[in-house]
Design a binder for this molecule. Sequence first.
Ligand code: UDP
Length: 235
Amino acid sequence: MGIKLLDYDIFSGTKEDLIKEVFSKEKVNIVSGNPEILNLGLNNKKLFDFFTSDKSIIIPDGIGTIIASKIVKNPIQEKLAGIEIMDEIIKVCNSENKGIYLLGASEEVLEECKKELKEKYKNLNIVGSHNGYFEMSNCTHITKEIEEKKPYAIFVAMGAPRQEEFIIKNMESLPCSIYMGVGGSFDVISGKISRAPKWMIDCGLEWLYRTLKNPSRIKRLGVIPKFLITTMKNR
Ligand code: UDP
């Protein structure tokens, strides 16, 4: 259930289809396929190979990816935002008593994020967590904890490509079934930063809202037209 976009397979089913597929797999990595992440993959073979391997499912996250799917005349109907998919996975973990692990963000954000999630999902089993500020080459205390606590799903919120690096390095040896890099999602869940209003999300203007809230993101916006031009050249 996918479309081809610049040698990537992008998932094109509904949210329900995705959740069914994710929970049917023994081990899976979910990639929030926005132009920024897909572009990183185009410039980094290790990332590209991981994103296009059978270990990963790339979801169409971001208006840029939806527009690109129209350019290749294979339009994706439903945008699947990473933060919403994370929420759906947590909902299932809550109702099926499957443990989750949260890795990333600052200690303060992480604590607030856990509090919010426990408030929303009363039975949620957060088996462990760690902030995202550690040395990748020296984190056996973290991987040991994950091995011991055996969470079903791990959400890694350290921004790209740091979060992908962690997943690539540890996915095989860790016992989790679901791996997902979720960027700044812990900041949103904790309430530190707000998500765009629904009408802006529906109009595909979430990028504008995030840039207005945090103007330093403006330099990251250039990647959207760049990605669309690459798509046009390669269609
Ligand atoms: N972060 C982290 N470790 C680092 C650098 C960043 O845990 O070494 C966290 C940071 O605290 C924030 C998130 O990664 O919570 C940044 O995500 P970003 O805003 O890049 O995400 P996106 O724009 O992809 O949602």
